[in-house]
Structure formats: C-alpha cells, structure tokens
Design a protein around this ligand. Structure first.
Ligand code: ZN
Length: 310
C-alpha cells in the first residue's frame, strides 16, 4: 500500500506490480494540525487495508511519501513547509501503531524518482535524476540503481543548488537556488517583479504559473522571457548535476511540467555552454511518464524494499 501526503490532497492506493488497484483521496486540511490529520490518515488506511484483506491480498506494508525533511532512522517528519505546524511528527510510528502495518517513510520527490525509475521514464537505465516543478522544486537522485539520500538526508535536493550567486530569495533562506526560478512560486515572483518595473505584458500580477504559460504560448514576450529564465536555471543545475554524477537522464515532473517545452530551448542552450567535459546532447531530459502516480508507485516499492531488508 502507498500513501502520498500532499499539502492539499492525500492519495492512498493499493499497488500491485506497478499498477494502482484501488485509490482513495482525502483533503489534507493541514490547518487542523498533525493530530487530526493522523487520525484521518489512519482511518483511511484501515479501510483500504480491510478491503484488500477481504479480496484475499492483505497489504504487506505501507510506504509513505511526505514532503519536507525526513529523519529516516526514526520515521519522523522533521519539518515540512507545506504542512503548517508539522515539526518532529513521528509519522511512521503513529501510522504503524494505528494500523498494525509496517510503515516506510521517505521524501515525496525521492519516491517520485523511484516510481519513474522502476515504472516510468527511467525503466531500463541505471541512473536518473527527477525534478518536480511545482510550488517548489523537488529533487530525487538515483545512481547505480540506488536512491541517494546521504548521511545528512539532503541527497537529491537539486532544487536548492545554486544557479545564480546573490540571486532571488528561496523559501529555504538561501539566495539563488534553482527553486527560486523554476518553480511556480519562482515564476510568479519573477512576473510580479517585472510588472512592478513597468514591463509590458498581458499577464496579471495575481496570475498563476498556468496562466503565465498560456500567455507565453500565445506570444507574450515577458511570459516567454520568464520561462526562458527558468529554463536557463534548469540548464545550469542540470549541467552541474551531470558534471558531478555522470548521469544521462533527467525526468521533469510536477504541476509546471506541461510548460517544459517553453523552457527546453533555453535549458539546452545553457547546458551546451556550461557542460564541456561530456556531450550535453547525450543527456536525455524527458517528461515524467507516470506523473501523479509516480510517488505512490515509488512508495509501494520502497515499502517492499524496506521490509525485505529488515
Ligand atoms: Zn533553496
């Protein structure tokens, strides 16, 4: 079984061999606090587990994809910007106690990468980086078939690598992160800054990334330029990533991913300028194949692997 804990929605699914059999959704309502949400999560997991048992296939365990910083050793969500009030929440232990299932907890972007690696765009390869362009920029990195998390747990956080010294402020507190340019928040922020400077555009200052993409597609020069900036930032980050890992596949997912064609040319141009030690043309940059399903597929696989290791 797999659970994807999003800032707005929670998705729960029974997963068999890369397919979602049953799926349930509930509103996260994070403003009610961790205790209320944990109670509703446990009830939903209970219900789906009972259904699976009734069908003769009891779940072996539960994989949980959570945003934020995860303490893997203890199954604790340390802090999660999209879940207000979540600080040091023992999510794995609480869900395990309430449902009787073994629970494996991992960062959602990492599990997205694992889902694409096993069942999507990364099938058949050894290495893959995944960038989820959404409210922020999530990152997941798989090298030699293994998810890279590192001793400090920040492995794969490509969204918080530097693309512009002294650049735009990022939600993490640093300046010039990829996330400050290639996320929905970054794009909307850059739009507001440009409009405040008097740049002409059909875009409204309160627009979202989707309306910005629509404007770019019908020829709004400013909107096109901003996606170009996002693409350039992606090109820098990917050039760095390829230089220090040697990987040859980057998967682009998340809510802003449909706008990838607006960013691709600038990304490729920047990569060609920055990456001189290998052929930048050998790096595949492709859209995610499993999309929203990827974190659920990754979470189920991660739970299976975790149980096998125990
Ligand atoms: Zn950052």
């Amino acid at each position: 079984m797999a659970l994807d804990l999003g800032g707005t929605n929670v998705r729960l699914a029974l997963v068999r061999e890369g397919h979602l059999l049953h799926e349930a959704r509930l509103a996260t309502q994070a403003q009610d606090g961790p205790a209320a949400l944990l109670g509703r999560l446990a009830a939903a997991v209970h219900e789906m587990a009972a259904r699976a048992r009734a069908e003769g296939s009891p779940p072996a365990g539960l994989g949980v994809a959570s945003p934020g910083v995860i303490d893997r050793a203890t199954g604790v969500v340390r802090v999660s910007p999209n879940l207000p009030g979540w600080r040091d929440v023992p999510l794995a232990a609480e869900l395990s106690r309430a449902t009787g299932l073994a629970v494996a907890l991992e960062n959602d972007a990492n599990l997205y990468a694992l889902g694409e690696y096993l069942y999507g765009a990364g099938q058949g390869g050894r290495d893959l980086a995944c960038l989820t362009l959404g409210t922020g920029v999530g990152g997941g990195l798989i090298l030699e078939g293994r998810l890279v998390t590192g001793a400090l747990g920040s492995g794969g956080e490509i969204g918080h690598t530097l693309v512009e010294p002294g650049g735009r402020a990022c939600g993490c507190g640093a300046l010039g992160c990829l996330e400050a340019y290639a996320s929905a928040t970054g794009l909307v922020g850059m739009l507001a800054e440009a409009l405040a400077q008097g740049r002409p555009s059909a875009c409204q200052p309160d627009g979202d990334a989707e309306s910005l993409a629509r404007a770019a597609r019908v020829g709004d020069a400013l909107a096109g330029e901003l996606f170009g900036r996002a693409g350039k930032a992606l090109g820098r980050a990917i050039a760095n990533l390829v230089a220090f890992t040697g990987l040859d596949l980057v998967v682009i997912g998340g809510g802003v991913a449909p706008a990838w064609p607006l960013m691709e040319q600038a990304c490729r141009r920047e990569m060609a300028a920055r990456l001189r030690i290998v052929d930048p043309g050998a790096v595949g940059i492709v859209p995610a194949q499993r999309g929203d399903e990827a974190p659920l597929l990754g979470a189920a696989a991660f739970a299976r692997q975790g149980l096998a290791l125990d």
